[in-house]
Design a protein around this ligand. Structure first.
Ligand code: HEM
Length: 412
């Protein structure tokens, strides 16, 4: 039987209740599988590393929704909650000159060399957060109080979001936008809320420019006219979201994975080099990716892939979290968490091609500092690692909370 989007063969669970079973099912069904989301949107999906890599890098695919036939023809319900994210006019969903122009405005601030200069600031921030957790009594939610607080603090510092209340509002609104539980009305409300916080930020920085990236973007907008008002807002929306959500998941997933493999923590602590946290971060990116799926890459022409015809205008969803467990790419032990493996960095968690994550050096460094600071100071224990609830969203791959007790380690 030839596969087609007219007859989806499966769907994705909006609540991500059993990710590993879902990945295996998709892979068993084929390299490219027609699926349905929320009973409303049909797309090809791949959980296969090689196929995903081809989609990320092939000129026959574009992130620009102007190539999405079903959307252009009005077949996607207006209130479909994920629509705003997929159609926003930031670099993420643009191609060609527009993509290059928007990405160039920020690329220099995110090179590995520039990011390395932030190390002392991030180490200080991690230390302060751990100071406050040391005095907390009993169980703390490591996800909210550390894995969220650190990257949100870092990206807010870079973009000049000073007030804690604004950071919390941003997090709550972004959470509602990507949640599978949100109604279209709640998404609309959250979007309006985001617009208000970003609008206030632009207003403040326009009247009181500072040494931050929001002020730099405004200068590019007002002085050299390299981005318009809508692009300014959507670039800030993208950066403040991507800058904390993914790193929050990365830190949470790394701590969770290490707690599930206590031998790895012991090995790491006894390691002579400081490279262990870097290796743990890389293996987490492969084994328990912070991102569940990347939506969408649209075929700009008819493409035959793996014996399947993806027609011009059809979307492909890349199941990034599954590609890291692909035995064809990572060998027979792909299902095992092994920070000492040498091929982890071939994962697709930061994508490939022109949309390769601009924040990869920052995400990697923040998570590595977070692990180093946490495990060199505390013994971390979680009472029931099998009782954690996954995030209810297609976008992220993490748990809702990570309750742990922290005990200060005696000096060696
Ligand atoms: C730490 C974990 C992170 C992961 C796993 C991650 C993952 C990704 C992925 C998969 C993409 C490509 C999406 C696509 O092709 O549609 C991407 C793009 C992007 N990421 Fe990240 N990201 C992370 C951290 C960050 C951080 C810290 C920032 C901001 C400072 C950031 C900003 C961006 C931006 C702006 C893009 C769009 C790039 C473009 O379209 O040219 N990311 N990221």
């Amino acid at each position: 039987m030839s596969l087609s989007l007219d007859t989806p063969v499966t769907f994705l669970d909006p609540y991500n209740a059993d990710p590993e079973t879902e990945w295996r099912r998709l892979r068993e069904l084929g390299h490219l599988v027609p699926i349905e989301l929320d009973g409303a949107v049909r797309t090809w999906a791949t959980a296969d590393h090689a196929t995903a890599e081809r989609v990320f890098t092939s000129p026959a695919f574009s992130k620009d929704p102007k190539h999405w036939a079903a959307f252009q023809q009005g077949h996607i319900p207006e209130g479909w909650p994920l629509l705003p994210l997929i159609t926003m006019k930031s670099m993420l969903n643009r191609e060609g000159e527009d993509h290059t122009r928007l990405r160039a405005l920020l690329a220099k601030a995110f090179t590995p060399r520039r990011i390395e200069l932030l190390r002392p600031m991030i180490e200080d921030m991690a230390g302060q957060l751990l100071d406050s957790l040391e005095t907390a009594d009993g169980v703390v939610d490591l996800r909210r109080q550390y894995a969220f607080a650190l990257p949100m603090g870092v990206i807010s510092h870079l973009f000049g979001v000073d007030a804690d209340t604004d950071r919390d509002l941003l997090a709550a609104h972004y959470g509602a936008v990507i949640s599978s539980q949100s109604t279209p009305l709640q998404v609309q409300h959250a979007q309006a809320g985001l617009g208000q916080v970003i609008g206030k930020l632009i207003e403040t920085k326009r009247t009181h420019p500072g040494d931050d990236l929001t002020s730099a973007l405004i200068a590019a907008r007002d002085g050299e006219d390299r981005l318009n008002d809508e692009e300014l807002v959507e670039t800030l929306l993208l950066m403040l979201f991507a800058g904390h959500e993914t790193s929050k998941n990365l830190i949470t997933n790394a701590v969770r994975s290490l707690l599930e493999h206590p031998d790895q923590i012991a090995a790491a602590r006894s390691a002579a080099t400081a490279g262990w946290s870097h290796a743990a971060v890389e293996e987490t990116l492969r084994w328990r990716s912070p991102i569940r799926v990347v939506m969408f890459y649209y075929a700009t022409q008819d493409v035959w892939m793996d014996g399947v015809l993806v027609q011009q205008g059809e979307p492909v969803l890349i199941y990034v979290a599954a590609t890291g467990r692909d035995t064809a790419r990572f060998g027979p032990d792909a299902e095992e968490f092994k920070p000492d493996r040498t091929d982890a960095a071939r994962h697709l968690s930061f994508a490939r091609g022109v949309h390769y994550c601009i924040g990869a050096p920052l995400g990697r460094m923040t998570a590595s500092i977070a692990l180093q600071a946490l495990f060199s100071r505390f013994t971390v224990a979680c009472e029931d690692l099998s009782d954690l609830t996954e995030e209810w969203t297609y976008a992220s791959n993490s748990v809702q909370a990570l309750p742990v007790t922290l005990t200060v380690m005696a000096p060696v």
